[in-house]
Design a protein around this ligand. Structure first.
Ligand code: THU
Length: 138
C-alpha cells in the first residue's frame, strides 16, 4: 500500500468516531508532521451548533498542543461521493502553521484529489500580515 492510501485508511478508520449527530456528516483527518508523526482527528459537534469543531482543527490542535508545529500533509476522508475541500475556517487555521500544506481529500471509495493550501486560500491573512499591521507602541 502506498503512503497516501495508508493515510487514507487511518483517516477512514478514525472517521467512525466523529461525533456528528446533528449534521450526520462525518469527517476523519490524518495530519502528518514534518518529522512523520501522525495526529488523527474527527469533527465534534455540539447541541449549541457554533461550538462544533471540524476534524482538521481537532487534528491540528492535538498536534500543536503536543509541541508539533510543522506539517507536511493533511489527509481527509468524508462521506461525500464528490470530493469536498476543507471549509474556509480550517483553511485559515492551516495557514497559520503550514502555508505550503498538501491536502488530500478522499471519498469513501478511496478516490482522492490533491490540493495545496496556497490554491485554496490565496492572498491569505497571515501572521506576517498581522505583525505588519500593528501600530508602533507609544
Ligand atoms: N466539517 C469538517 O469536519 N471539516 C470540513 O472541512 C467541513 C465541515 C464538519 C463540521 C460539521 O461537523 C460537519 O462537517 C458539517 O458541516
Amino acid at each position: 500500500m502506498n503512503t497516501t492510501l495508508s493515510f487514507i485508511k487511518l483517516a477512514s478508520e478514525i472517521r467512525v468516531k466523529a461525533y456528528a449527530p446533528y449534521s450526520r456528516h462525518r469527517v476523519g483527518a490524518c495530519l502528518v508532521t514534518q518529522d512523520d508523526h501522525i495526529f488523527l482527528g474527527v469533527n465534534v459537534e455540539n447541541c449549541s451548533f457554533p461550538l462544533g469543531v471540524c476534524a482538521e482543527r481537532v487534528a491540528i490542535y492535538k498536534a500543536v498542543s503536543e509541541g508539533y508545529l510543522k506539517f507536511k500533509k493533511l489527509v481527509l476522508v468524508t462521506g461525500n461521493e464528490e470530493i469536498s475541500a476543507p471549509c474556509g475556517g480550517c483553511r485559515q487555521v492551516i495557514r497559520e502553521f503550514a502555508p505550503d500544506l498538501e491536502i488530500i481529500v478522499a471519498n469513501p471509495k478511496n478516490l482522492y484529489k490533491t490540493f495545496f493550501l496556497k490554491d485554496l486560500l490565496p492572498h491569505a491573512f497571515s501572521p506576517e500580515s498581522y505583525l505588519k499591521g500593528q501600530d508602533p507602541s507609544s
